[in-house]
Ligand binder design. Structure first.
Ligand code: ZN
Ligand code: ZN
Length: 145
């Protein structure tokens, strides 16, 4: 059966039948160092919306190596090393980076820029999408499920 959104690697598959609750281009330093990309397309889903077929095959490590007790864990495939998702220890969200986590190019485009910091020297994005120095101000973290 075709899922609305599906990704993963050859060993572990993820999918969601629901739209992301937040979809942005992230400028933060943690995404930069983890992905090696100057900016990262990041989609937040409600935790219960992202289904993982083999959660036992995930290798978990802190998303932010400098903050190992932070809530987000980077989950990679124990077999091939592909990043699968970020999992929230507080079970509020699961995060997908579509281009690195096996999602289709048709994934909805990010709606805004998050964590833009002029101090980095990077020019302010001028593609017309809103630019924020954090998540969009009206973003509300879902309740843990
Ligand atoms: Zn980031
Ligand atoms: Zn794999």
């Amino acid at each position: 059966m075709a899922h609305k959104y599906a990704g993963g690697c050859d060993h572990i598959h993820t999918h969601s039948e629901h739209d992301p609750i937040d979809n942005h281009t992230c400028h933060c330093s943690v995404c930069k160092s983890v992905t090696g990309q100057p900016t990262t397309h990041v989609a937040f889903f409600k935790h219960s919306d992202v289904v993982v077929d083999k959660p036992g095959s995930l290798k978990r490590q802190p998303f932010n190596a400098k903050n190992p007790n932070g809530p987000l864990e980077l989950c990679t495939c124990a077999e091939c090393g592909t990043p699968i998702m970020l999992d929230d220890k507080q079970s509020r969200i699961r995060v997908i980076v579509p281009n690195l986590m096996g999602y289709a190019d048709s994934f909805p485009a990010p709606a805004y820029h998050a964590f833009y910091d002029p101090a980095t020297g990077v020019p302010k994005p001028s593609d017309g999408r809103p630019v924020h120095d954090a998540l969009r101000p009206d973003f509300v973290w879902p309740q843990p499920n």
